[in-house]
Design a protein around this ligand. Structure first.
Ligand SMILES: *Cc1c(COP(=O)(O)O)cnc(C)c1O
Length: 430
């Protein structure tokens, strides 16, 4: 069942001459699963086709934005229509108001929103805002949560329950990392300890559901407890909903878990596959943002008409029945996986929340911490990933990443995928 990928290999060799690692974002280079990346020329619905003509059912979905599927007809039409009238003005246009209204109406905690060009920019700006609003300087982040690549967020945890951050990348200074305190996710005591021992903390930033280190769900009431502690210690709570916003529910994890953050960051889905991010909060907090307030933040292409148009159409299509459909599909996937999961008890875990899923090669019977994900067998994942490619299934090329269902995925897609998983596991776990 060998996969013919000679054209991708050729392109990758060329790319390596001109770009570091041949890519514009490291995980794309396939380093953690081995081999070289595939080059894609076409995406439609749940399928993508590479330069060698191999056809895959896609579960990476550009890492989350494509909740409607690839090249949704209405999104494409909107992009074409808007592009013909000018790709960027660097001045206000009506679309910005429509998408801002949609975001504000979907998130009770957001009264005003600022659009930027990536999730990284959104979290970076949200933290500047939190510091500007509170006048305090330190921030708390949680181990395993990813918030893009801003310096003070590229900080890793030490081995303790709560540690002063260490740079997680060359080029990040110790001073930059020093103001970031890293706390264990899903451990409320660790957070309490840090909050009660520091009076210079501006904010706590977290992915309400960890989606960048496998899929780690918050323990029951954990998010509520985090929110209460932040209120008690006068620290702003930032939910990074770049993945979960408009994915777990229209109102993101905040709607799903009934907890409200002070500042919310968004990205991915709200751009409908184009580069976008956003951050929003109450009018009182957002009043600090320039030009109303002293916290400077700007962007040449922010609120770009094409990205905004793709976002508007995407959000318009995310009506309640769309979430129902995604939930049903996710449930179907989980049910079909049940016999396989039972067969490989203590070797494999399948986890799902709404349209997000993860597979772990682990002997644990549940995953609630980042440390458990670290213990998963990534060699087995790499092998599995290759076998799945050979069977026409494209998973994100890292065992730390989740998979995404879209409204374009069908039950037939799931059936084919489960069959491929079954066959691949037979080889990996035999
Ligand atoms: C993807 C992601 C980001 C970064 O967004 P970019 O657009 O890649 O900069 C930030 N936070 C979370 C939770 C993400 O998943």
């Amino acid at each position: 069942m060998a996969l013919h990928t000679s054209r991708s290999k050729e392109l990758y060799d060329q790319a390596c001459k001109y770009m570091p690692g041949g890519v514009n974002s490291p995980v794309r280079a396939f380093r953690s699963v081995g081999g070289y990346p595939l080059y894609f020329k076409l995406g439609k619905g749940s399928h993508i086709i590479d330069e060698d003509g191999n056809d895959f059912i896609d579960y990476c979905m550009s890492w989350g934005p494509l909740i409607l599927g690839h090249a949704d007809n209405d999104v494409v039409k909107a992009i074409q229509r808007v592009a013909e009238n000018g790709t960027s003005f660097g001045a206000p246009h009506e679309g910005e108001i429509s998408i801002a209204r949609m975001v504000v109406e979907s998130f009770p905690g957001i009264e005003k929103v600022r659009f930027v060009n990536s999730g990284t920019e959104a979290t970076m700006s949200a933290i500047r805002l939190a510091r500007g609003y509170t006048g305090k300087s330190k921030i708390i982040k949680f181990d395993g949560c990813y918030h893009g690549h801003a310096d003070h967020l590229l900080v890793a945890a030490g081995s303790g329950l709560a540690t002063f951050g260490m740079p997680d990348s060359a080029g990040v200074t110790r001073d930059n990392a020093r103001d970031t305190i890293v706390v264990k996710y899903n451990n409320i005591d660790a957070l309490h300890q840090v909050l009660s021992n520091n009076d210079d903390i501006a904010c706590c930033i977290m992915e309400p559901v960890c989606c960048n280190y496998g899929l780690i769900l918050p323990k029951k009431d954990y998010l509520k407890q985090v929110s209460e502690l932040c209120t008690k210690y006068n620290v702003l709570l930032i939910f990074d909903e770049v993945i979960t916003g408009f994915r777990l529910a229209r109102g993101g994890a905040q709607e799903r878990f009934g907890v409200q953050a002070d500042i919310t960051t968004l990205g991915k889905i709200i751009g409908g596959g184009l580069p976008v991010g956003a951050y929003g909060a109450s009018s009182k907090i957002m009043a600090k943002v320039a030009p109303d307030g002293p916290v400077y933040q700007a962007g040449t292409l922010s609120g770009n008409p094409i990205a905004v148009a793709a976002g508007i159409v995407t959000l318009q299509k995310l009506v309640p029945s769309a979430y129902q459909k995604l939930e049903e599909l996710g449930k179907y996937f989980e049910e079909q996986m049940q016999p396989i999961v039972s067969r490989y008890k203590y070797k494999l875990l399948f986890k799902r929340l709404a349209s997000i899923f993860a597979l772990y090669f682990t002997n644990e019977d549940t995953i609630i911490s980042v440390d458990q994900v670290k213990e998963c067998n990534m060699q087995q994942f790499a092998r599995f990933h290759r076998l799945m490619l050979e069977r026409g299934i494209y998973l994100s090329p890292s065992g730390y990443e989740v998979g995404f269902l879209s409204l374009s995925h069908s039950k037939e897609d799931i059936d084919k995928t489960v069959k491929a998983i079954d066959e691949s596991l037979e080889i990996v776990l035999r």
